[in-house]
Design a protein around this ligand. Structure first.
Ligand code: UT7
Length: 323
């Protein structure tokens, strides 16, 4: 039976850094409040003419180069985003055109902040079904386009960027299951429609981000530990086996509260990219994973839990082998 693995990663962030002190000149807030309640110190903001496609293509180009693949080797491209303005052609189709990928199936996926881990599972399933051999899975968001810059409750949280993974087919060793040898473990995913309004883009053509912050906070810290344990169990592991944990980068307090409830190793690497990047929605997990991998913080092949949640409320997570 064939499986898949993350073969390479890439990421892109705009050059413009927006600090908490600068935000405090725009709305009634302070560096102290933002750091204490969220952990966020800075976020990157795209230029007015910089699009979701620009960021997605930049991240994907790096992942492709790092994988050593020709563009013609890619047969599936999926972009997880909820902020792309273009409905048609999809961002994925535009990325294919930019990178010279000649004939891949290319489509966008909107599952809010859980978009990348959802798309990663979809690519893994396509590979297992024999529908693709090499896929590009991208999370890209221009949250600054949907930010209400007069709302201190949300404008301090959000940032722009993109992360991308090349997913490639592998032959699983006999009897191997989960992420240990196969590379991408079974997904745990779902949604709670009773909380559909908890995270929203409000409005038609020029929407803005809104959320019930405390309600999402309580949901995340209450529900995510069990989802994390289940993703490990399905991969044939326990949390104590993990070398790294990359959760959706929404709030450092959520990350710490969730991970306190898992029996993790003392030396486990925890992604804290929210501190420098803010909440980049579907880009947050691949952005954080790509940065950790680039720095060599997690050994190649080591098991890493990816776990994302957001609008829906939806969630998706899986254990992957670090490329
Ligand atoms: O990615 C999608 C998933 N989303 C999440 O995971 C978000 C989960 N929620 C959170 O991260 C937190 O709820 C927030 C960071 C959004 C908010 O933190 P909080 O500790 O829950 O604050 P709060 O909304 O309860 O507000 C507390 C106080 C309020 O003032 P009063 O009513 O107590 O006087 C707010 O008006 O803090 C005030 N406040 C601010 N003060 C200074 C809200 N935003 C700010 C601000 N600066 N930026």
């Amino acid at each position: 039976m064939s499986g898949s693995r993350i073969a390479a990663l890439g990421h892109y962030q705009p050059s413009r850094v927006l600090t908490n002190d600068e935000l405090s000149t725009m709305v009634d807030t302070s560096d102290e409040w933002i750091r204490r309640r969220t952990g966020i110190a800075t976020r990157r903001i795209a230029a007015p003419d910089e699009s979701v496609t620009d960021m997605a293509a930049a991240a994907a180009g790096k992942a492709l180069a790092s994988a050593g693949l020709r563009p013609s080797g890619i047969d599936l491209i999926t972009v997880a985003t909820c902020t792309a303005i273009d409905r048609c052609p999809s961002t994925a189709a535009q990325v294919a055109a930019r990178l010279g990928i000649p004939s891949a199936v290319a489509y966008d996926l909107n599952n809010g902040c859980a978009g990348f881990t959802t798309a990663l599972a979809g690519a893994d399933h396509a590979v297992r079904a024999g529908a693709a051999r090499h896929a590009l899975v991208i999370g890209a968001e221009k949250m600054s386009d949907v930010t209400d810059w007069t709302d201190r409750g949300t404008c301090v949280l959000l940032g722009d960027g993109a992360g991308a993974a090349v997913v490639s087919a592998v032959e699983e060793a006999d009897g191997a299951e989960g992420a240990g040898r196969a590379g991408i473990g079974p997904v745990v995913w779902g949604s709670d429609p009773t909380r559909a309004d908890a995270v929203r883009l409000v409005g038609d053509w020029h929407p803005h981000f809104a959320q019930e912050g405390q309600s999402v906070f309580r949901w995340a810290t209450g529900e995510l530990p069990a989802i994390a344990r289940e993703a490990c169990r399905r991969a044939g592991l326990t949390p104590a086996d993990l070398a790294g944990v990359i959760t959706h980068q929404a709030n450092l307090r959520i990350i710490e509260a969730v991970l306190r409830q898992l029996d993790l190793r003392d030396d486990v690497v925890i992604a804290q990219d929210v501190v420098e990047s803010g909440n980049t929605s579907a880009a947050s997990v691949p952005l954080a994973l790509s940065k950790l991998t680039e720095r060599g913080d997690i050994p190649s092949g080591a098991p890493v839990l990816l776990l994302a949640f957001g609008g829906g409320l939806s969630w998706a997570g899986q254990v992957v082998a670090c490329p």
